[in-house]
Design a protein around this ligand. Structure first.
Ligand SMILES: O=P(O)(O)OC[C@H]1O[C@H](O)[C@H](O)[C@@H](O)[C@@H]1O
Length: 563
């Protein structure tokens, strides 16, 4: 069956892209009517995409493409609980995680919204009891430290949200004197970092795993179970686990088998993908235990605000739809394979890492929904760092090396304004001066002629010239708070959906992570056998066998330096 590439809209865009490649943003930006048409102000967000290599006609063609791909129908299917994750036979309902209590979203004839609110109520009650010292550790001490064990989607989203809202005064007040640490990597150093300086008697471990089988998480859970049992004395081991370990998981039987009290398991459902699970118990439990539930309610409200916008706003005025269509335009039609996420907010330092998983695990696919190989590349390479730090690091390549579409995220007000008596400009104004300057530097560049006028020596001019014509968009919010953090999360979640829907792929499975896991199991078995005296490394190619032998002969302390 022909895919979207056979549509008239696709072919029109492909031809149009050849024409647009000959335009320069310097010229496009000279048209004020165009610029104002390529900017929308809605839901407290200014989204300016006038620095994309597009004109009004491009946007018309992209809207035609959305029509040809049946984007609106696919969006409706997701919101209504249809099983659009076809390879796993599951609905995709992260939007249900933040739906109003009164909403109805059916899966197999059962309304899922009351189930969501039952778990939220449970989290609210439990976190309140921990924060007020009603639920205490096995030796009667208040549980003021939280260690959240989880990896991938059970880690990256919660960590991004933790960093984003820990500087919000209301959240910081509740968190005063409390610690939340994440333990993701199976590297023993991560265990040491997560537990350093913490008293097990005052620590609550939250095991976060949708499947409760992920090798790294389960090994770390067993490691911290031992750390607790070694550190909390004078109480029966079962009681220590019951008082110091809780879980967020959709595999309740496995959790209770591990020894965690079934009363302290916070469930979720197969229709929540790992990378879309921040609004489930995965994020809500450790974050409520740190900041209190009320702050997190504002975060859910922000995500819901964008869900409603995505579901109802006309597609020409719909921010996630526009972000997604521009992603398709840049990657598929203009050939830019990467994009940089550049928040001008230090509190968003882990947002690019979250988007990396969200986008690359979702849309990094090679076949369409029908299993046929795609005749184009899907997915993009996402990376990023907060500004202005990134400016002093990798922006060189973006200005003068490869063309990488960039995404500027900024805020009008700081959570912690700093004004020095003798400084004319506040730190926030300084930060944001860069936020506004960079997109123009990228778009407009600097010509040899301009350098000539400035009196730059001829031989230096090629080195100092900037080609410009580097696309970007800007997302500007009022302030980084729990609500806007929720908005940002949902904007990027829905952008992934839009791109996957246009490309005709399943954005909600991740078979590509399986092969490595299977091979790691074989290596693990071999390493165990070798440590038990079986010398021969077998079943691997000569390269892997040589590396394994090097590893084994250098892995005990007595073997000294590997060099
Ligand atoms: O939550 P878990 O079941 O432990 O899964 C944790 C992570 O590992 C898997 O390998 C997937 O690649 C991720 O999508 C998932 O988020």
């Amino acid at each position: 069956m022909p895919g979207i590439e056979a549509s008239t809209a696709w072919k029109t865009l492909a031809a149009h892209a050849e024409r647009m490649k000959r335009t320069h943003l310097r010229d496009l930006l000279g048209d004020a009517a165009r610029n104002s048409a390529l900017s929308i102000n809605t839901n407290g967000i200014l989204f300016d995409f006038s620095r994309q290599n597009v004109n009004i006609e491009t946007m018309d063609f992209l809207m035609d493409l959305a029509g040809a791909a049946m984007l609106e129908e696919k969006r409706a299917a997701m919101f209504s609980g249809e099983k659009i994750n076809v390879t796993e036979g599951r609905a995709v309902l992260h939007v249900a995680l933040r739906a109003e209590r009164s909403a109805t979203i059916l899966v197999d004839g059962v309304n899922q919204v009351p189930l969501v609110h039952d778990v939220l109520d449970h989290i609210k009650d439990f976190s309140h009891r921990v924060l007020t010292g009603t639920f205490v550790g096995a030796t009667g001490k208040a549980l003021k430290n939280i260690i959240s064990i989880g990896i991938g989607g059970s880690y990256l989203g919660p960590e991004f949200v933790y960093e984003a809202i820990k500087c919000v005064p209301q959240a910081a007040e509740v968190a005063e004197g409390r610690t939340l640490r994440f333990l993701a990597n199976v590297d023993p150093v991560d265990v040491a970092r997560a537990t350093k300086g913490l008293n097990p008697e005052e620590t609550l471990v939250v095991v976060v795993s949708k499947t409760f089988t992920t090798a790294e998480t389960m090994l770390n859970a067993r490691t911290l179970r031992k750390w607790l049992l070694d550190g909390v004395k004078g109480t029966a081991p079962e009681e220590v686990i019951r008082r110091h370990m809780v879980a967020a998981s959709s595999a309740v039987p496995l959790v209770t088998e591990f020894g965690i009290d079934s009363a302290n398991v916070f469930g979720f459902w197969d229709w929540v993908g790992g990378r879309y699970s921040v609004c489930s118990a995965v994020g809500m439990l450790p974050l409520s235990l740190t900041f209190g539930f009320e702050v997190l309610e504002q975060f859910l409200a922000g995500a819901r605000n964008i869900d409603e916008h995505f579901a109802t706003a006309p597609i020409r005025q719909n921010i996630p739809v526009l972000m997604g269509l521009l992603g398709i335009w840049n990657s598929t039609f203009l050939g830019h394979e990467s994009r940089a996420i550049l928040p001008y907010a230090q509190a968003l330092l882990r947002f690019p890492a979250h988007v990396q998983q969200l986008d690359m695990e979702s849309n990094g696919k090679r076949v369409g929904l029908d299993g046929q190989e795609l005749p184009f590349q899907a997915g993009e390479v996402n990376f990023g760092e907060p500004g202005t730090n990134g400016q002093h690091s990798f922006y060189q390549l973006i200005h003068q090396g490869r063309t990488i579409p960039t995404e500027f995220i900024g805020f009008a007000r700081s959570q912690y304004p700093v004004e020095l008596p003798n400084e004319v400009v506040s730190s926030q104004d300084e930060l944001m001066s860069n936020f506004f300057a960079q997109p123009d530097a990228l778009a407009l560049g600097k010509t040899l002629e301009q350098l000539d006028v400035e009196g730059v020596k001829e031989e230096l001019r090629p080195h100092k010239a900037f080609p410009g014509n580097r696309p970007s968009f800007s997302l500007l919010f009022g302030q980084l708070d729990p609500f806007t953090t929720g908005q940002l999360l949902a904007l990027y979640e829905h952008r992934v959906f839009v791109q996957g829907a246009i490309w005709g792929i399943n954005s909600f499975d991740q078979w590509g992570v399986e092969l490595g896991k299977v091979l790691a199991k074989q290596v693990r078995t071999q390493l165990t056998a070798s440590r038990q005296g079986e010398e021969i490394i077998s079943g691997f190619n000569s390269s892997t066998a040589a590396m394994l032998n090097f590893y084994l002969s250098n892995s005990s302390e007595s073997s000294g330096s590997a060099v």
